[in-house]
Design a protein around this ligand. Structure first.
Ligand SMILES: Nc1nc2c(ncn2[C@@H]2O[C@H](COP(=O)(O)OP(=O)(O)O)[C@@H](O)[C@H]2O)c(=O)[nH]1
Ligand SMILES: [Mg+2]
Length: 259
């Protein structure tokens, strides 16, 4: 608990208000679809004690991922239809705290970043992104000569910043799924994308709404096992469609949800 003081002028007199401010509560949401190798390798590195709630949203794993969670007492929230977009919205409905941190245990995301999300969300940022593109960060493709996925992501990011970002801070990784967002911001933006475009759409809408966005550099690791379901060309085309749709929707996002 922290104490805050505010000074408000009322009709010429200064009134000092002192009130108790409740600390922000956070949920860690583990997103899985057949990710047993990753959850096995990363489970012990996850700083569970730094968040107030943990649960998994599972897209229908059949490789033992669900059993792994159950054995360790991690609640599984069912996801009737596939896709990361749906998983994000289901997490919103299931989370009982103020902010959500989305973690994909496939090896790409470093569990050591989790406290950093908590810190920035507590500081009052609406959307916090672990960036694979900013100074000091490492991208999975940095070891390759041709970094097709990285370059495509940077192009989509450049376009989104060019059209919608009115702040002085460039958002360098609009697409990364490793992010935290307050439930209030999520409800306001209400991203309705189905699959891998949910993050891009959320970033665009956060820029449109001039929300407080914070990035910090991350170190993207290699996939530990299993397989990625994100095929480059179809995902790229869906990104393009998301960008076009957000252009047509204009500067505001009419889909915002009042809850
Ligand atoms: N809950 C849920 N998780 C998913 C779904 N599809 C993928 N994931 C998880 O999201 C993370 C990233 O997916 P992946 O296919 O590896 O995409 P990539 O990292 O962009 O190549 C992994 O942890 C997957 O297990 C889904 O439909 N539902
Ligand atoms: Mg991944």
């Amino acid at each position: 608990m922290t104490i805050s003081t505010a000074i408000r002028p009322t009709g010429g007199t200064i009134v000092r208000l002192t009130f108790w401010e409740k600390p922000l509560r956070t949920s860690l949401i583990i997103l899985t679809l057949n990710e047993i190798d990753g959850v096995r390798a990363l489970h012990d590195q996850i700083p569970f004690h730094r968040v107030d709630e943990v649960f998994a949203v599972d897209g229908g794993s059949t490789d033992g991922t669900r059993e792994f969670f159950t054995e360790r007492g991690i609640r599984i929230v069912e996801q009737p239809s596939r896709g990361r977009g749906e998983a994000f919205r289901i997490a919103y409905e299931a989370a009982s705290t103020d902010a959500m941190i989305f973690f994909s245990p496939d090896g790409n995301e470093d569990p050591a970043d989790i406290p950093t999300f908590v810190e920035y969300l507590t500081q009052g940022y609406d959307l916090v992104i672990a960036s694979r593109m900013m100074k000091g960060a490492v991208n999975e493709e940095d070891v390759d000569v041709f970094r097709w996925r990285k370059w495509a992501n940077q192009t989509f990011t450049l376009a989104a910043n060019g059209v919608w970002n009115r702040s002085s801070e460039y958002v360098s990784d609009t697409i990364n799924g490793y992010r935290g967002i307050t439930k209030k911001a999520f409800a306001q933006l209400w991203p309705d994308s189905d699959g891998y475009t949910i993050e891009y759409q959320t970033s665009i809408r956060a820029m449109k709404a001039r929300l407080r966005i914070k990035e910090f550099p991350t170190n993207e690791g290699e996939r530990i096992g299993g397989q990625s379901y994100a095929r480059s060309l179809p995902t790229g085309l869906r990104m393009l469609r998301t960008f076009g749709r957000e252009l047509l929707l204009g500067l505001t996002s009419p889909d915002s949800r009042s809850s």
